[in-house]
Design a protein around this ligand. Structure first.
Ligand code: FAD
Length: 278
């Protein structure tokens, strides 16, 4: 399989056009070098700005969180090598996670979601530099920025359907959520697993992999679960951003209860680690 896969992997090329037949018919894919490929189905696994989704004119639904995420690499002097931390605060949602060693040094990646209102009078780099000591104090460590500070607008998206004729969307191509969940890749893995299971089940019953029933089964099994995760993260972000006193009170009680009740804490940790497949 490995050999066949490498024989059939095409680099330095892009999909230019897809003529997608009704399910059960082949699709014709034209690449940027004008090579034409006939295939039973096209699975778009090309991330948040999926070209396959654009070519297929899938109907997108998106929503901005009015937040900007800053992401960069840091070195720390006093954090556990194998632990990730997430701090919910007025200064934003700050996540710090262990990353592979760089030049022998222990590094961490930071993903810091900041309300756009806080960035009205300052740029993101100055905001990060001016406020990082708040999290140093919270974590009891010195944090040294090690890389460029990259930033992007936080937007979620999903599609009304994951299947159109013989085109299928998988992973971030089909849906993306707020990074606070730490769930993006797990949802994508679960999509890929269910998609493969459906193809294999169909194969065992002598069904072609592009039969509508097979592709749709994948969509039915995954779309509602992905949407539930996306909506629950939206609720979480909205609750967190709310200035309503009662909402704030309930949120704070909720967060500290999760922190104190081991069973709930473990449930959240297991979800973030992908152990409880949603
Ligand atoms: C800052 C940040 C932090 C995150 N933290 C976490 C986390 O802690 N936990 C977690 O689970 N998730 C996290 N995520 C989300 C996670 O990275 C994504 O959900 C995951 O990478 C999606 O995987 P994917 O394979 O679907 O898409 P991608 O990882 O986006 O991969 C798509 C691939 O397709 C390629 N591609 C794109 N367009 C084309 C084209 N036209 N032709 C050919 N190839 C193309 C791209 O180069 C890329 O290699 C984070 C995301 C960000 C941005």
């Amino acid at each position: 399989m490995q050999q066949k896969t490498s024989e059939r992997t095409i680099f330095e090329n892009e999909i230019k056009k897809i003529i997608s037949g009704e399910p059960c018919k082949n699709s014709e894919v034209t690449l940027s070098n004008n090579q034409s490929i006939l295939t039973k189905f096209v699975a778009g696994c090309d991330g948040r700005n999926s070209k396959v989704a654009k070519i297929g004119k899938f109907k997108e639904i998106n929503n901005t969180y009015n937040q900007t995420a800053a992401t960069f690499t840091v070195t720390v002097n006093n954090l556990e090598e194998t632990s990730a931390y997430q701090i919910f605060s007025e200064k934003g949602i700050f996540a710090i996670m262990p990353a592979p060693k760089s030049s022998g040094k222990l590094t961490h990646t930071v993903v810091w979601s900041i309300d756009n209102k806080r960035l009205k009078d300052t740029d993101i780099e100055s905001y990060v530099i001016d406020n990082i000591n708040y999290f140093e104090n919270k974590l009891g460590t010195k944090i040294k920025i090690f890389s460029k500070i990259l930033s992007f607008n936080l937007i979620n998206h999903h599609y009304q359907s994951y299947v159109f004729n013989s085109m299928v969307l998988i992973g971030d191509a089909a849906h993306s959520i707020h990074p606070l969940a730490g769930q993006g890749i797990n949802l994508g893995f679960a999509d890929a697993q269910v998609f493969c299971e459906e193809i294999i089940r169909g194969f065992e019953r002598s069904h072609e992999p592009n039969q509508k029933l097979i592709l749709k089964k994948y969509e039915i099994k995954r779309r509602s679960l992905n949407l539930a995760m996306l909506k629950s993260m939206d609720l979480f972000v909205n609750t967190f951003n709310s200035n309503n006193l009662y909402t704030k009170l309930i949120r704070n009680i909720g967060l500290s209860s999760v922190n104190k009740i081991n069973f709930l804490k473990r449930l959240f940790i297991n979800h973030a680690a992908g152990n409880n497949k949603i």
